[in-house]
Write a protein that binds this ligand. Structure first.
Ligand SMILES: [Zn+2]
Length: 234
């Protein structure tokens, strides 16, 4: 490799690729952090949903309590009326109402007991699940903290790597630099500057013309692959 400009450009390329890699790592951090944050949000939503389910069971229990109190009030009224009625059919009707109300109260109380047992079990499950979820959330929060720390380090690396790129460009012919920058913008992936080996371009791996292959050996001006347009050297 005879061309000293190419030797210098190879260092620029090496540093450009390093900088690009750091920038790509940096760009992934907000995405990764967003994913962890949404995991935390969904864990918290699960806890909240379980808490609401418990509250709704407690409310059902209270409603049953109120129903029982209403029925007991009615029962008291029927018994008072029964003492006062004179006619036998009225007495019988009240007896029937008293029996029906007592049966209703018994049914309500059974349901309340079932519900209380259900609430006890649900509470225990809720507390156990919550403890597990909170541990997971803590781990996820630590992941976020680590990602943020890594982000800070990568930002510092970008600054340092950009400086290194700038330093490596000093003293290179403007024409070479402009062509290198043009190729870099145009091709999707490194290398932007590729060796020709066995008449094949090291960038696209296609065979180049004899003219390009020969020309690439001459220092003094940049040469380009006739297949992919990358800058080439031999
Ligand atoms: Zn090529």
């Amino acid at each position: 490799m005879a061309d000293p400009q190419i030797e210098k450009l190879l260092i620029v390329q090496y540093r450009d690729v390093s900088l690009l890699k750091i920038k790509q790592d940096l760009a992934r951090i907000p995405i990764e952090r967003g994913m962890v944050a949404s995991e935390i949000a969904s864990e918290e939503a699960n806890i909240e949903a379980a808490r609401q389910a418990l509250i709704s069971k407690e409310l059902q229990r209270k409603e049953i309590d109120v129903d029982v109190q209403v029925k007991e009030g009615a029962l008291l009224r029927f018994r008072t009326q029964q003492v006062e009625v004179k006619k036998n059919d009225e007495y019988q009707a009240l007896t029937h109402q008293i029996e029906q109300t007592e049966a209703d109260i018994a049914t309500l109380e059974e349901r309340e007991i079932e519900l209380m047992l259900d609430i006890d079990t649900a509470k225990q499950e809720f507390e156990a699940d919550k403890a597990v979820i909170l541990v997971r959330i803590e781990v996820q929060r630590q992941e976020i903290a680590l990602l943020t720390e890594r982000e800070g380090n990568l930002n510092a690396s970008v600054a340092a790597a950009s400086e290194e790129v700038a330093e490596s460009r000093v003293g290179i012919d403007v024409d070479y630099l402009e062509q290198y920058d043009r190729v870099k913008k145009m091709v999707k992936r490194a290398p932007y500057l590729a060796p020709i080996e066995a008449q094949k371009c090291g960038g696209c791996h296609l065979r180049v013309s004899n003219e390009i292959s020969r020309g690439a050996q001459n220092a003094g001006e940049p040469h380009f692959c006739d297949q992919c347009a990358r800058m080439v050297y031999a």
